[in-house]
Design a protein around this ligand. Structure first.
Ligand SMILES: [Zn+2]
Length: 366
């Protein structure tokens, strides 16, 4: 287990409700003990094991949950991509109807779009990007805050017309807003932040690069203390040197994500991302024109990457577990302490997942 960022030998006990009741320090120098960390919380993931959130089918979402449990995930947000309105409404219907079981790890949704900046669409389909429409948001999107799988996060571009009103509307109803897929300049990003946006979607990707005279969305993210920073650590979306730099600047504000797609745990080939087919070569997922289209990163691989790049374990755990739990107000998640939920990922010495536990119940065992 980890206390204040150090691994110490300990016994963890929990009750039948799944709450940790006691942590007891063990007097041993054994190096054979497994490593126990809080379960990973991924607020931005589109699919896994051949299934995509946009299938809008309970069986597909269950398969995704099951696949992610093999990678230590105890909570995630089913993340949409920009798609025709009817497709988004099909996802909304599922989120309203799919009654969660106590061990379900899908704890809600993240809508990535459809109100994005066409210039920075990344792999989001151009024809499905919509102009901000406050009436549509109020009628169809805000009520999803109270769905069985609630809408917790929405990514939108703060430089689009009426974006700050949309941000106010969403945040007034408790939906967090990420700024992303956007060419926002510094003042547009600042206005978005003042309107209530509290995070940036996959920092560095799908936004203007850093310019020292026009910091833009990226520069504001690096410098503003009250923005969370989503970061993809597959070594392809952001170079490891830059990942290290962001940890040095703002470790306490990083929320690690995978942006993973259906090709996770699959052999190289062609896979679905929303309505796209994506080429997967074993390390990355790209559209025909070479644009990166999500990733095939898993949280446990991210952990191994970051440790290899020299990021301290304490900071990795903070960014994979504590930070998203704090941001999304997931009480009792993201930390190993008395009273918290027993949501745990257990590893061997090489940080390969041995088992995953949710509310004290084993979801996966190798
Ligand atoms: Zn994404």
């Amino acid at each position: 287990m980890s206390t204040v960022g150090q691994l110490v030998p300990a016994r963890i006990e929990w009750n039948v409700q799944g709450r940790i009741t006691r942590l007891t320090r063990l007097d041993t120098r054994s190096t054979a003990l497994p490593v126990v960390l809080p379960g990973f919380i991924d607020e931005h993931i589109h699919g896994a094991c051949g299934h995509d959130v946009m299938e809008a089918h309970a069986g597909a979402w269950e398969q995704i949950e099951h696949a992610l449990s093999r990678h230590g995930v105890t909570a995630f947000l089913a993340t949409t991509i920009t798609a025709p309105w009817d497709d988004l409404m099909a996802v909304a219907d599922l989120a309203r109807q799919w009654t969660p079981s106590p061990l379900s790890t899908c704890i809600g949704m993240h809508w990535e779009g459809p109100y994005l900046d066409r210039q920075y669409k990344g792999a989001q389909p151009l024809e499905a990007i919509r102009a901000v429409n406050l009436e549509e948001i109020e009628r169809a999107i805000v009520p999803l805050r109270h769905a069985e799988r609630p809408l917790r996060v929405m990514t939108l571009a703060p430089n689009e017309s009426s974006a700050d009103q949309a941000i106010r509307l969403l945040t007034d109803h408790g939906i967090h807003v990420n700024m992303g897929h956007s060419g926002a300049n510094r003042s547009q990003a600042w206005e978005g932040m003042l309107a209530g946006a509290d995070a940036i979607t996959h920092l560095f990707n799908a936004m203007a690069p850093l310019h020292h005279r026009e910091p833009g969305l990226l520069g504001l993210g690096l410098s503003a203390e009250n923005l969370w920073l989503e970061l993809i650590t597959d070594g392809i979306h952001v170079h490891p040197d830059i990942v290290r730099m962001v940890f040095q600047l703002a470790a306490h504000r990083i929320i690690l994500i995978t942006d993973g797609i259906s090709a996770i745990d699959q052999t190289p080939g062609r896979y679905r991302l929303g309505q796209w087919m994506v080429h997967v070569d074993g390390v990355s997922a790209r559209l025909d024109d070479g644009t990166l289209a999500g990733s095939i990163l898993t949280p446990d691989q991210s952990l191994r990457n970051l440790l290899q790049w020299g990021v301290p374990l304490r900071e990795v755990v903070q960014a994979w577990c504590e930070a998203p739990a704090r941001r999304l107000a997931l009480g009792g998640r993201g930390r190993i302490e008395e009273g918290a939920w027993a949501d745990l990922a257990i590893f061997d010495a090489q940080y390969q997942v041995l088992s995953t536990i949710k509310n004290g119940h084993v979801l996966y065992q190798r």
